[in-house]
Design a protein around this ligand. Structure first.
Ligand code: PGA
Length: 263
């Protein structure tokens, strides 16, 4: 089922104090604007080290709002392995100990800085889905690829490798979320125009439907320099179901404005 999702990717940012302050500010904003957020899922992906703290903070928020409003918790990566000699990696069973709902896989920073390839991203996706974690799988082309008219080839290949490995997993259309994040738009302040983003989203949705009619309902997010002043126009596009937000999510007020733009 297509869901409206606004996800915060905090990357390697945050501290115990920062996180507490962010939640306090977000709580005050929620309390004061009195909106009903039932139609969107709000997700926060902190560094692994702060998962437990954010889990506690979101429970605190949940209690404050009569158990009606629960922020979802995500990790920024996950191991494709169960356990063992994988120094520095974190497994699905570990994150499940902390009530994590989602894992992000294949972020372009991991693809470029950690040399993750399409197959590895697909294996991580399958591992998480098989263990009842929801997945936000990121795909996107570089500037050079866009300029060489390769956008659809590149994102098509990235999508294919995930779907080919995971198409038989139960409830794929409700548990898998795709995030289209053009690499040239991430952290640059230059977002894809709503038309550019919509074109790729509709291509991805058609491609998904060719695998299985039901996959037409997979949620597809846009990410890359989403800010309060461009969010609404992007989210208004027919095939854009929300956003994966980096820089602007570190400011509780900006993040709230982006959430409001999705209502
Ligand atoms: P940005 O990052 O919003 O800072 O461009 C998006 C992302 O990397 O997910």
């Amino acid at each position: 089922m297509r869901k409206n999702i606004i996800a915060a990717n905090w990357k390697m940012n945050g501290s115990l104090d920062f996180n507490n302050n962010w939640f306090e500010e977000f709580y005050n904003l929620l309390k004061n604007n009195n909106k009903d957020f039932n139609n969107i899922e709000i997700i926060i992906a902190p560094s692994f080290l702060y998962i437990e703290q954010i889990n506690n903070l979101r429970t605190y928020l949940f209690n404050k709002f009569d158990n009606k409003f629960k922020i979802k918790l995500a990790t920024q990566d996950i191991s494709e392995y169960e356990n063992g000699a994988y120094t520095g990696q974190v497994s699905v069973s570990m994150v499940k100990d902390f009530d994590v709902d989602y894992v992000i896989v294949g972020h372009s920073e991991r693809r470029s800085l950690n040399n993750e390839n399409n197959f590895e991203v697909a294996r991580k996706t399958r591992k998480a889905l098989e263990n009842n974690l929801k997945v936000i799988a990121c795909i996107g082309e570089t500037l050079e690829q866009r300029e060489n008219n390769q956008t659809k080839i590149i994102v098509g290949e990235q999508l294919d490798s995930i779907i080919e490995l995971c198409s038989d997993v139960n409830n794929l259309s409700s548990n898998l979320v795709i995030a289209y994040e053009p690499v040239w738009a991430i952290g640059t302040g230059v977002n894809a125009s709503p038309e550019q983003a919509q074109e790729v989203h509709s291509f991805l949705r058609e491609k998904l439907a060719k695998y299985n009619k039901e996959f037409n309902n997979i949620t597809i997010l846009y990410g890359g320099s989403v800010k309060p002043n461009n969010a609404k126009e992007l989210f208004n596009q027919q095939d854009i179901d929300g956003g994966l937000i980096g820089g602007a999510s570190l400011n509780a007020k900006s993040f709230m404005e982006i959430c409001l733009a999705a209502l």
